[in-house]
Ligand binder design. Sequence first.
Ligand code: SAH
Length: 377
Amino acid sequence: MSESPTKINLLGLSPTKLEDFFEQMGEKRFRATQVLKWLHQQGASSFDEMTNISKALRARLAEMAEIREPEILLDKVSKDGTRKWVIRMDGGSAIEMVLIPDGDRRTLCVSSQVGCSLDCSFCSTGKQGFNRNLSTAEIIAQLRVAIRAYGPFDPSERRVSNVVLMGMGEPLMNFDNVVDATQLMMDDNAYGLSKRRVTLSTAGVVPALDRLREVSDVSLAISLHAPNNALRNELVPINKRYPIEELIAACNRYLEGLNDKRVITVEYTLIEGVNDQPEHARELVKVLRQVPCKLNLIPFNPFPNSDYRRPSEGAIQRFKDIMLKASIITTVRRTRGDDVDAACGQLVGQVEDRTRRSQKYIPVVQEEPVHGKSQRL
Ligand code: SAH
């Protein structure tokens, strides 16, 4: 996105903020509904397209505001249909986003920050350090880019059926912008996705989880990755501040009052010899009994300069079987898009880094899905 500091980017205004914006202009609040539809359902990129708005108002809008989108630096389709984009944001930094088709679902994995401050030991985004938060407009622009990649906007088509905030960054460390973006995703005048189809994934910023519940009922995934605090402190350092028992308690508070039988998705990256042993599985059962949840096992995806390895298929299956025997709903996430470096934990964003990486990177070739059945994110 090229910067234009004097103009407000309308892509970044939540439904309420867009209403406020029109009110401040001395206009009726319902203008917000019209403009939301133009922006997010018709994919308008100029005010001239907004034909149910008077020319005079369009001219005023063009003076004060803009519709600013990122530049697409790279657009790659994997042999399994997974599509990855690298897009350039304000100030020149780049982020990655991934669309994962799976039957009639097309799940967009969206980034919320450039880099990440949490430094989880198995995640390549964390290894880059933290650059900055994405604005609401930059988060929403990822959806627009993905929708438009398949032709002119057509609200009757659900080109993106699900959004997961599982790309680069920790969404709860960019609280306001992420909340505004998820509101746009779920608003009927914008992308109209149900709250079950928008999932925020967090490493467990406990106070922010409580705040989130006050303003949103988006679906929740937590990155657990370890069944006890000693191990989780190593893998997910934020655990030292908010240990497992506090995180589980926060999840239960989050579900309270939702009244729709929703559960938390627990993500657990399986790393050979680190957290993939039967005793880890048995300990995990005890933790997961404390909260309504389903478990998503994610075989580790390697990246350069990491000593971790993906467990064998046998070890993955053994872990899964222990969970299933304990009646924990468990799926194994298939590795998707690894031929275009689009798999979980491989997103890095910087084009320069990627170039260097393609020279160093030895992909783990995996012809068959880890788990035969198609994976629900
Ligand atoms: N910060 C948020 C959102 C980032 S997505 C969070 O921690 O939830 C993070 C998810 O990506 C993790 O839960 C994990 O499932 C996955 N992930 C990260 N690095 C990975 C790797 N190297 N291999 C497999 N999955 C990884």
